[in-house]
Write a protein that binds this ligand. Structure first.
Ligand code: NAD
Ligand code: MG
Length: 474
């Protein structure tokens, strides 16, 4: 085996201030009651910055600013709004190295992914929706589709800037204004995005960023000045938001968890499938709502496939997110690490067999070795609950019908994968899977033109593509 020399990306390409205020009405402002919280680098536990915690008066001001801005913004011709979105997209491209490093610092994800996946997709999303802004009359929602008003958006920590793009780009393209709350462990890229908005000379109040924890989010979604709520995060909080919004006339989209089946048939190309399995569960430390966290493998090839998978897993490099050779970075928070650890212990206690490659984890920070469980049954908690970490549960099946039954035996329904040589089988199986996205002979592929969203407890509504416009049109 060759040893890799360190290949660190430079930290100095990003300038992080000691503290950040709230972005309201085009300016950064201190929170009314002065309360702040800290965001850390999960790879080192170093404090990166102090961030304002928005209270009720701050959210009131942000919603009021978005309401004032709505009049002018919604009245602009689509072609004019498009110019701002194109400008934002280009500035993001220009600043992509800085933003990628920032995202890896605040989130813990490998620079390889923030640089090659997150940032390109963020820019692509703004470009894509910029293209729709002057074509809304042709999108299939009537000859003169109208915006809804003020959108209150709450996003998670796993893809901070990308989830912001998924929420803000379609909202602005359709003429809505926004108050967005990023997750408390990853607020920095949203605050840098605020600066991008200023650079793009976006009219004040069109985008407002309020940082804070769950109570800030709860107050925002319940706010009477908010007309549309968009949430990505846990099913538990999604349920609570659905209850809050029920009967208010507010529009709601929810993108919640998943427990996706990645189904490998005996005629699949094994090496390619192994890459897809690795990508499916270890991409972004497994902090992915559509992660392929349940591997369903046909019994006749299970042994061969697991041997290849384990061999491949021994080559995964866990460590410094800023090293360009790192495959698996840090777990986003101590709380998430505790949850992954707990569910993995339950997996062992319930009788599944646990395996991880030998790997040296850093002393400081939050880390979890890539892990697979074999001998998992459908009754095991690790087969039913979202772990949201680098942990794969392996089950087997004998017939296609059994594969479909097991794949669908989950309260979730966000995504699935099918690996087989036969095109006819791909179509037949995909048709029977109750999942919003089905990948065939690939996994975790994203494109702004493609709608994304769930069935059942994975939520409702679609983001991305033409479908993603609908949630923001009256
Ligand atoms: P969470 O749902 O608590 O947090 C997501 C966002 O919602 C954050 O911005 C948070 O501040 C906000 N929030 C929390 N409580 C709220 C409330 N009552 N009203 C409005 N907003 C509120 O998720 P978490 O605690 O960070 O993670 C817990 C689990 O959720 C994970 O282990 C994982 O299984 C799942 N998760 C799923 C996704 C996804 O993309 N689907 C993302 C993050 C977490
Ligand atoms: Mg952080």
């Amino acid at each position: 085996m060759f040893e890799y020399a360190p290949a660190p990306e430079s930290r100095s390409v990003v300038d992080i201030a000691d503290s950040y205020g709230l972005f309201i009405d085009g300016d950064f402002a201190s929170p009314k009651d002065g309360s702040v919280f800290k965001t850390v680098n999960p790879a080192t536990e170093e404090v990166l910055a102090e961030v304002a915690s928005a209270g009720t008066e701050d959210v009131d001001r942000a919603v009021a600013a978005a309401r004032r801005a709505f009049t002018g913004w919604s009245a602009l011709p689509g072609a004019e709004r498009a110019k701002y979105l194109f400008r934002i997209a280009r500035i993001i491209q220009e600043r992509s190295r800085e933003l990628a490093v920032l995202e890896s610092l605040d989130n813990g994800k490998p620079i390889k992914e923030s640089r090659d996946v997150d940032l390109p997709l963020v820019a692509a999303h703004f470009f894509y929706y910029a293209g729709w802004a002057d074509k809304l009359a042709y999108a299939g929602f009537g000859p003169d589709p109208r915006p809804i008003g003020v959108a209150g958006q709450v996003i998670p920590w796993n893809f901070p800037l990308l989830m912001l793009a998924w929420k803000i780009a379609p909202a602005l393209a359709t003429g809505n204004t926004v108050v967005l709350k990023p997750a408390e462990t990853t607020p920095l890229s949203a605050l840098f995005f605020a600066d991008v908005c200023r650079q793009a000379e976006l009219p004040p109040g069109v985008v407002n960023i309020v940082t804070g924890a769950g109570d800030t989010g709860a107050y925002l979604v319940a706010h009477p000045g908010v007309d549309k709520v968009a949430f990505t995060g846990s099913t538990e909080v999604g349920r609570e938001i659905a209850r809050t919004v029920a009967g208010t006339g507010k529009r709601l989209t929810l993108e919640l968890g998943g427990k996706a089946a990645n189904i490998v048939f005996d005629d699949a190309p094994i090496d390619q499938a192994v890459e897809g399995i690795v990508n499916g569960i270890f991409f972004n430390q497994g902090h992915v709502c559509c992660a392929g966290s349940r591997l369903l493998v046909q019994e006749s090839i299970a042994e061969e496939l697991l041997t290849s998978l384990k061999r491949r897993m021994t080559t995964l490099r866990v460590g410094d997110p800023l090293d360009k050779n790192t495959d698996i970075g840090a777990i986003n928070s101590a709380a998430q690490l505790a949850r992954i650890t707990e569910l993995s212990e339950i997996g062992g206690a319930e009788g599944a067999e646990r395996w991880s490659p030998a790997c040296q984890l850093p002393e400081r920070g939050f880390w979890f070795a890539p892990t697979i469980f074999t001998g998992v049954t459908q009754a095991h908690r690790i087969a039913r609950e979202e772990i949201f970490g680098p942990v794969l549960s392996v089950l087997t099946f004998r017939t296609p019908a059994e594969a479909v039954e097991k794949a669908n035996n989950t309260p979730y329904g966000l995504s699935a994968g099918v690996w087989t040589e036969k095109g006819s089988r791909i179509l037949a199986i995909a048709d029977k899977l109750r999942a919003g996205v089905v990948w065939a002979n690939t996994f975790n592929k994203f494109d702004p033109a493609s709608p994304f969203g769930g069935y059942k407890e994975s939520g409702y509504g679609r983001e991305g593509g033409r479908h993603g416009l609908e949630a923001y049109l009256a």
